[in-house]
Write a protein that binds this ligand. Sequence first.
Ligand SMILES: Cc1ncc(COP(=O)(O)O)c(C=O)c1O
Length: 338
Amino acid sequence: MVDLSIGTPVDDTPAVLTEALAAAGNAPGYPTALGTTALRTAAAAWLRRRLGVQIADPLGPEPSLIPTVGSKELVALLPTLLGLRHGTVIIPEVAYPTYEVGAVLAGLAVRRTDVPPADAAGVVLVWLNSPGNPHGRVLTDDQLREWVAWGRSHGVPVVADECYVTLGWDVEPHSVLHPAVAGEHHTGLLAVHSLSKQSTAAGYRAGLLSGDPALVRPVWEVRRHLGLLVPGPVQAAMAAALDDDAHVDAQRERYRSRRDRLSAAVRAAGLRIDHSEAGLYLWATRDEDCWTTIDWLSGLGIVAAPGSFYGPAGARHVRMALTAADDRIDAAVERLAP
Ligand SMILES: Cc1ncc(COP(=O)(O)O)c(C=O)c1O
């Protein structure tokens, strides 16, 4: 079986992380929810260097950045942490399921849309995901600006999950916090980042939340009381990882090579690949119900994820992950050969 259904990294965690983790192994005291000075400094520098984002003073009294225990818990808990109790959360039409989980957990309604609605009544939070899972779609600056303006004009926080932001292939994804999108300040905006994919460290549970201090502060304060703390050795590994671009670039090239090989084979087998201009998935279709495609692929010994898992609009696509090892990608390429 070639399992391309799950996007979990399989390559070794780079030494820059494992060595920093081991060196920080003596950790008798509690870590802080705010993050160490070294981590916040490294994260702010990473945002500036890699994404062109200048956050408010990361070490100042009003936090503009905190670490999270991977980004999934933050995605699931954000409506709860912000104290949202009534209303509707907007999520992408085809989306990573955890946005809906988080809304339901907080007792909120969910509305799927990729364009700002004319009627903002009851909307309390907007999730964007660019580059998107499952389809690898990247929002343009115009699209991001439209959401930012809509959120600000209606007083609704706009939160962008950007955990694939360093994995642009055909386009360079912009953060919602980039000055071309956000303007001079980050009012009403949050961005979510993750080291899981870019640093091959999903097992570390290492994420970041940054943006408007008026939104980061309440999240940080509640997280302190919940004990949602990133372990100290992981914070040390995160700081080391965010200071080092070489391992991110090397991993990116591994994914690029897998993407080149797999996408050529998928197209040669007669599928069409939509979006997929960034991120770790191919969003492929044979213009048929996704379960028919899943059946056909399983006959070849390949497991993909049915697009319907991500919303009704995904029902004619399958998602194929680029996170498999090279020999598994080679096997998939062989099996797809017409
Ligand atoms: C869109 C999206 N957001 C968040 C996550 C969670 O990532 P992590 O919790 O490893 O940071 C994933 C994981 O695949 C994802 O695809």
